[in-house]
Design a protein around this ligand. Structure first.
Ligand code: ADP
Ligand code: CA
Ligand code: CA
Ligand code: CA
Ligand code: CA
Length: 422
C-alpha cells in the first residue's frame, strides 16, 4: 500500500475545484465517485484524483455498496466522504459497513428530512418555527393553524427548489399543490430534489439569513465560519449573495455558535463537516432553517472558511474522514481577508441565449473563481423550479464594504439573456 492516504469522495461535481485542491494541499489521494448527473469529461483530471469509481448510488444502492466493498477488499482505503446532500445516507451506510469514520445511518436519514430536523430541534428545546407536515396534497388545510406568512417546501429538497412564501390563508392550497407537483415531477431523478415525497409548511422567520460552516471530530463541534446571505424575503428564495466573515455583533455570533453546536448534538452529528443555515429573527435571534451534514456548496463554503477565518476546512474535513485530527484542533488560524460569492439570478428563466458580463468578470483581479453551469442553449426553469445556478463568481476583498460594492456592480453587469419566447 502506498504511503499517501486514500479517500473515497462521493458525488463531487468535477467543475467545483475546492475539495480537489484541498486534497492536494493535504497530500491525500482521492478515489472519485462522480455525481450521477455529472456529464463533464473533466471528472478524473484533478491531480488529486487517482482513480474514478462510477457507482449507481441512486439507481442501485445495493449494487453500488457491494462494488464499493469489492474495491475495499482489493485495496483498503482510509475513509469515505459525501460531497453533496443526496450522497449522505449512502456514505453513512458504507462507512458503517466498512468500519470507517462516518455518521450513523439514523443521523444521515434525519438530516436529509426537514420534518425530522424540526422535530429534533423542538425536542431539544432549540428555536424552531411552528410547522406542519402535509401528508398528502389534499391535506393542505392542516397548515391553516399556523401563523401567516408561512413557507411551503419539499421535505428533502435543496437549493430552494419548490420553496414558496405564502402571505395569507387564501394562497395556501395553490402553493401546496404547486410544490407537490414540482416534487412529483422530479421523482426518480438523480438530483436529490425529491428523495422523499412530502411537503412541510412552516411559519416565516423574519430576519436576515446567515450560514455556518462547522467541523466535527469525535463529537466536538467547532463553528469555523459564519457568512452573511442577506435579506431574502421571497416569494421564491434563490440565493444570490454570500459574504464572509459576516459583520455581526459578538453576542449574535456567540448565540449563533451556541445554536449550531446544540443542533449538532440534537441530530447526533459527531464526525465530518456541516453546512447550517439560519435566520436571525429580528436581526438577533438565530433560528435554524436546516443543516446539511456535508460540506457546503460542493466545497465553496469551505473556501469561505479558508479565506475568512484562515481555517482549511476542506482539508480538515478530509482528515476527519480519514480518522485523523483536524489541523484546526492544534493550530491557530490566521484570517486572510473577505470573501464573497454572487450567484447570478435565474430570473424569468428560459433557453439561455448568452451570459453577459463574463469576460470582464474573468479579467477582474478580485475574482478568484468563476463557475459556469449554463451557456447558450441551456434550459433554465424559473424559480420555484430549479435546474442549477447559471454562474457563480467568487471574489476576494479587503473589507466587507468593498465586497458589498462589488456585489452591486455584478448585479448590474452580469446577467443571463434568454432567447425570445416568441
Ligand atoms: P433547501 O433545502 O431547498 O435549501 P430551505 O429550508 O433551506 O430549503 O429553504 C430555502 C430558503 O427558503 C431558505 O434559505 C430561506 O431563505 C427560505 N426559507 C425556508 N424556510 C423558511 C422559514 N421558515 N422562514 C423564512 N424563510 C425560509
Ligand atoms: Ca437550504
Ligand atoms: Ca437542504
Ligand atoms: Ca439547500
Ligand atoms: Ca443553501
Amino acid at each position: 500500500m502506498s504511503q499517501r492516504p486514500k479517500l473515497v469522495l462521493v458525488g463531487q461535481l468535477s467543475t467545483l475545484p475546492w475539495l480537489f485542491e484541498a486534497a492536494e494541499r493535504a497530500g491525500i489521494d482521492l478515489i472519485l465517485v462522480p455525481r450521477g448527473d455529472d456529464t463533464k469529461e473533466s471528472a478524473g483530471r484533478a491531480p488529486a484524483v487517482v482513480e474514478l469509481l462510477p457507482l449507481d448510488i441512486e439507481g442501485d444502492p445495493e449494487g453500488a455498496l457491494s462494488q464499493l466493498a469489492g474495491r475495499y477488499r482489493q485495496e483498503p482505503f482510509g475513509g469515505i466522504m459525501a460531497a453533496n446532500e443526496q450522497a449522505v445516507p449512502f456514505v453513512a451506510r458504507a462507512a458503517r459497513e466498512l468500519g470507517l469514520v462516518g455518521l450513523t445511518e439514523k443521523t444521515a436519514a434525519l438530516v436529509r428530512d426537514k420534518r425530522s430536523m424540526r422535530r429534533h430541534l423542538l425536542e431539544a428545546g432549540l428555536g424552531t418555527p411552528g410547522f406542519v407536515v402535509v401528508e398528502a396534497p389534499d391535506r393542505w388545510a392542516d397548515a391553516l393553524s399556523l401563523r401567516f406568512p408561512v413557507v411551503v417546501k419539499p421535505v428533502s429538497g435543496h437549493s430552494s427548489f419548490g420553496v414558496v412564501r405564502v402571505d395569507d390563508k387564501d394562497g395556501l392550497e395553490e402553493a401546496v399543490a404547486g410544490t407537490w407537483a414540482l416534487v412529483d415531477a422530479r421523482r426518480g431523478a438523480n438530483d436529490g430534489l425529491a428523495a422523499q415525497v412530502g411537503v412541510v409548511v412552516e411559519e416565516y422567520l423574519d430576519g436576515p439569513e446567515i450560514s455556518a460552516e462547522s467541523l466535527v471530530h469525535r463529537g466536538e463541534v467547532r463553528v469555523c465560519a459564519i457568512s452573511w446571505k442577506g435579506e431574502l424575503t421571497g416569494p421564491y428564495f434563490q440565493e444570490t449573495t454570500l459574504r464572509a466573515p459576516a459583520q455581526l455583533p459578538a453576542e449574535v455570533l456567540a448565540a449563533t455558535e451556541a445554536e449550531v453546536i446544540a443542533a449538532h448534538h440534537a441530530f447526533d452529528v459527531t464526525e465530518g463537516t456541516t453546512h447550517t443555515e439560519l435566520r436571525l429573527v429580528g436581526g438577533v435571534r438565530p433560528v435554524l432553517l436546516e443543516m446539511g451534514a456535508r460540506i457546503g456548496g460542493g466545497g465553496y463554503m469551505a473556501h469561505f472558511a479558508h479565506v475568512g477565518s484562515g481555517i482549511d476546512l476542506a482539508a480538515d474535513a478530509l482528515r476527519i474522514h480519514l480518522g485523523r485530527q483536524p489541523l484546526y484542533w492544534s493550530e491557530k488560524p490566521v484570517p486572510a481577508g473577505h470573501v464573497a460569492a454572487y450567484q447570478v439570478p435565474v430570473g424569468s428563466g428560459g433557453r439561455v441565449k448568452r451570459v453577459h458580463g463574463l469576460d470582464s468578470v474573468r479579467a477582474d483581479p478580485r475574482v478568484e473563481y468563476v463557475v459556469q453551469n449554463a451557456g447558450p442553449g441551456t434550459l433554465l426553469p424559473p424559480y420555484p423550479d430549479f435546474a442549477g445556478y447559471p454562474v457563480i463568481v467568487i471574489s476576494r476583498h479587503g473589507s466587507d464594504a468593498e465586497a458589498e460594492a462589488y456585489r452591486e456592480h455584478l448585479a448590474s453587469t452580469l446577467y443571463v439573456e434568454y432567447e425570445d419566447q416568441g
